[in-house]
Ligand binder design. Structure first.
Ligand code: ARG
Length: 577
């Protein structure tokens, strides 16, 4: 364990139990970064209120300080009862050295490994994959990478919207325009246009409407010809999704597709089982679950409809079948649903219904990782000027074009420029998505995400490329650096202390499913590195050999942390910029 905050939590807890009795060992020492020392512990105030003789918080703080024992630093009581804690340089250097020697840079592997099912991306095939799915894809992929790095068994589930009544008219439209034309259009990402054309005919043309309705029935009855047409449609659509995933460098593959259609055969049984167990009841002809605690605006219990009065199944039915499959067949310990926050009520009700049915035991957690809406610069839902939803491949192309223009004058040959432009453009879009809390709205702004200053993708990529260039200039291979790390200058100390927080951040990102914490950490690391680099020459003439060796080790460790962190986020890491 290298994380100073965790080490101090442990130490202070032991000291307070020693001072006041084991019954207080549960008190959170409240270790926080401090502006007066490395950290402060704020526990004395709350602990004083819990103690029977109501001592002064300052005395409580002093008693803890006195019992810290062979503590690797200094402790001071200040103000009403803060413990200001400064770690010793030797301890910091030693911890940094341990981290440096560990190929995992201190990041532990979870034991025993948990099975984490991650439901993410999940675009709808009946429509164009739109920007809303960009965030679910990017955030979900970062979570998958982090959990895999933590040694968990990750099962990706791409819950595509690939089934339902619209497929009747989509298939009929496909027949009208001919398979080759339809396939070409879908592969090109013009699913929205395709859908709109089908919809228009459906509304204007009675014969088409009748054909579409009949087609839904034949599709649902499993008619072989209709299924073949459905596959033609889906395969072309999936080829477009895969093009986007490849552009984004997302780890999803065809093996991860578990669309709505996959659950089709389970829906009747899902309803029958819920009805038999009394979890679902008939209400006005529809089969519904009424999970306790959910009421509508009229104070009446809110139904989760699992079979409509016309016999049709819905989105909730599929999700109940999916939970059952994920728990029973995939053996999930944890299921993460990376989906827009407008579906919060749906998931709360589905989870509650699944618990009522006994399909989601208390030992399994189901979590809706809510994704905030993507806004345009005007503060409204992100759209093109003419009001259509933005095509994702165009958006990514534009990011790459802008990045190419930004690096045009840096003297790279065409091939290198192209590679860097891709890394920077895609990295900017992904990092912008990841660096804000996943549940907050965020304004999509090319200018801001592509700037080289602040908490942006290009800044982070630049920070690691700059360290690589130090090694190139010094003619040193980062892999050959051995240290030892010694702490001299304040900036060396601050950088080393910062780096020690990496393992805990990665664990925390996994636990809380919050990639933005990793972005914030990497940004602070890059900032600490900048201060270090401005104050501490590394490969300059005249730097003593041991100082140079230590600083090279700090550079190498920073590089490893930045590179690992960016990889975990799925942000490309160019060698040069
Ligand atoms: N296809 C859905 C949408 O675009 C998202 C599916 C999310 N996953 C789920 N299990 N419901 O809104």
């Amino acid at each position: 364990m290298t994380d100073p905050q965790l080490v101090l939590t442990e130490r202070v807890r032991l000291a307070l139990a020693d001072a006041f009795g084991a019954e207080f060992a549960d008190a959170d020492p409240l270790i926080r970064p401090s502006q007066f020392a490395d950290f402060q512990a704020n526990v004395a105030m709350s602990l004083a209120r819990r103690l029977p003789d109501r001592p002064k918080p300052r005395d409580v703080a002093q008693a803890i300080a006195d019992r810290l024992g062979d503590f690797p630093g200094t402790v001071e009581v200040s103000g009403p009862g803060f413990l200001n804690i400064t770690l010793s340089d030797a301890w910091i250097a030693e911890q940094a050295a341990q981290m440096f020697d560990d190929p995992r840079a201190g990041v532990p592997t979870t034991a025993p490994a948990a099975t984490v099912v991650i439901d993410y991306s999940a675009p709808n095939a009946a429509k164009e994959m739109h920007v809303g799915h960009l965030r679910t894809t990017i955030v979900g992929d970062a979570l998958a990478r982090v959990h895999e790095h933590l040694g968990n068994r990750v099962v990706r589930q791409n819950h595509l919207g690939d089934w339902g009544t619209p497929f009747g008219m989509l298939i009929e439209h496909l027949l009208d325009i001919g398979e080759p034309a339809a396939v070409a259009q879908l592969e090109a990402g013009e699913g929205t246009e395709f859908y709109q054309a089908a919809r228009q005919k459906f509304e204007a043309d009675e014969t088409f409407k009748r054909r579409a309705r009949e087609r839904v029935t034949t599709l649902q009855s499993g008619d072989a010809d209709t299924l073949r047409l459905w596959h033609v449609f889906m395969n072309a659509t999936i080829r477009y999704f895969n093009k986007i995933y490849a552009m984004l460098g997302v780890t999803l593959t065809d093996a991860d597709i578990a669309g709505e259609s996959m659950y089709n055969d389970m829906l009747a049984k899902t309803c029958a089982d819920l009805e038999a167990s009394g979890v679902a009841v008939l209400s006005e002809g529809a089969l519904c679950v009424f999970p306790p605690g959910f009421t509508g605006s009229d104070d009446k219990p809110l139904p989760l409809i699992i079979r409509k009065s016309d016999g049709g199944y819905g989105y909730a039915t599929t999700d109940l079948a999916a939970i059952r499959y994920r728990v029973h067949d995939l053996k999930a310990d944890r299921i993460l649903y990376v989906v827009g926050n407008d579906q919060a009520l749906h998931f709360q009700m589905v989870f509650a219904a699944a618990r009522m049915a006994g399909w989601l035991p208390d030992s399994v957690s189901a979590e809706h990782i809510q994704i905030g809406m993507m806004l345009g610069k005007d503060g409204r839902r992100f759209k093109t000027r003419s009001g259509e939803s933005v095509k994702l491949s165009d958006l990514l192309d534009e990011a790459i074009d802008r990045a190419r223009a930004a690096i045009a004058d840096r003297g790279y040959d065409d091939a290198a420029r192209e590679e860097i432009a891709r890394a920077v453009g895609i990295g900017a879009v992904k990092y912008a998505d990841l660096s804000v809390g996943h549940d907050s709205e965020y304004v999509f702004d090319f200018d801001r995400m592509l700037t080289l200053t602040g908490n942006t993708g290009p800044y982070m990529q630049y920070a690691q490329a700059r360290i690589r260039s130090i090694f190139r200039r010094g003619g040193v291979d980062p892999a050959s650096v051995t240290g030892p790390i010694v702490i001299g200058e304040a900036a060396e100390r601050a950088l080393a202390l910062q780096l020690l927080g990496f393992p805990a951040v990665v664990e925390r990102v996994g636990e809380a499913a919050e990639p933005h914490r990793l972005c914030a950490f990497l940004f602070d690391t890059a900032t600490a590195f900048t201060t270090f680099f401005e104050n501490c020459p590394v490969v300059k003439e005249g730097v003593p050999a041991d100082t140079r060796a230590s600083r090279l080790a700090l550079c190498a460790l920073t590089l490893r942390v930045l590179e690992t962190g960016l990889n975990l986020l799925g942000v490309p890491v160019p060698d040069r910029m």
